[in-house]
Structure formats: structure tokens, C-alpha cells
Design a protein around this ligand. Structure first.
Ligand code: ZN
Length: 109
């Protein structure tokens, strides 16, 4: 399962310090801790949603291995599998209308 990490992403020292602060702030506020890959993946999806690239929806119901999602465009519901170890935000598309979505699973895991 665990793939080896790729070579570091080049960032300046200032960028690194700034990212480190954001990571600490995020983890302190949400309790959603993890490594840099997980943090950057989560924040990239939430950031792209905030920038309007993807539509953002929140999971409505949550079971052990799936969540219910209500599409913000067609207002229809679908169930999405959430395997163990999934981060806070997941990229998917609505099976009914095809819109690209970022699903915020929240932090109550
Ligand atoms: Zn839809």
C-alpha cells in the first residue's frame, strides 16, 4: 500500500515557513493531523473548491465506510465509498449530472 515518497517539492524557505504555520494552524483547529502529503492534498482540494474550480459539498450522513452526498447542481443524492485512511476532502463527480465535486467529509472521524 505505502508507496515510497517522491523527491521533495521545491519551495523557498519563506514558503516553507508559511506552509508550516498554516499546517499547524489547520491541525490545531481541526485535529486532522498527518504528514505533508495528506495536508497538501486536503488543502489543495479545499483551496481549489474555494477558488471555484470545483464545487464544494459537505457529506450529509456518514457510516463506517461511506457517506451520503447531495449534489449541489442537480440536488440528487448519491452514496460514496470512503475507505479507511481517506483524508478530509475527496474529489469525485456526481453520478447523475457529472459535475466535478470536492466532498468535505468534515473532521468528526
Ligand atoms: Zn449532480
Amino acid at each position: 500500500m505505502d508507496e515510497p515518497r517522491q523527491k521533495p517539492i521545491p519551495v523557498t524557505r519563506q514558503e516553507r515557513a508559511s506552509l508550516e504555520q498554516h499546517k499547524q494552524r489547520y491541525e490545531g483547529a481541526t485535529g486532522d493531523t498527518g504528514d505533508w502529503g495528506k495536508f497538501l492534498g486536503t488543502i489543495a482540494l479545499l483551496g481549489l473548491a474555494a477558488a471555484g474550480i470545483y464545487a464544494l459539498v459537505k457529506a450529509t450522513e456518514r457510516s463506517q465506510q461511506s457517506v451520503d452526498v447531495c449534489c449541489c447542481r442537480c440536488s440528487r443524492n448519491f452514496v460514496m465509498a470512503v475507505p479507511e485512511g481517506t483524508g478530509r476532502a475527496v474529489y469525485t463527480s456526481c453520478p447523475h449530472c457529472g459535475i466535478e465535486l470536492v466532498v468535505d467529509l468534515g473532521t468528526s472521524r
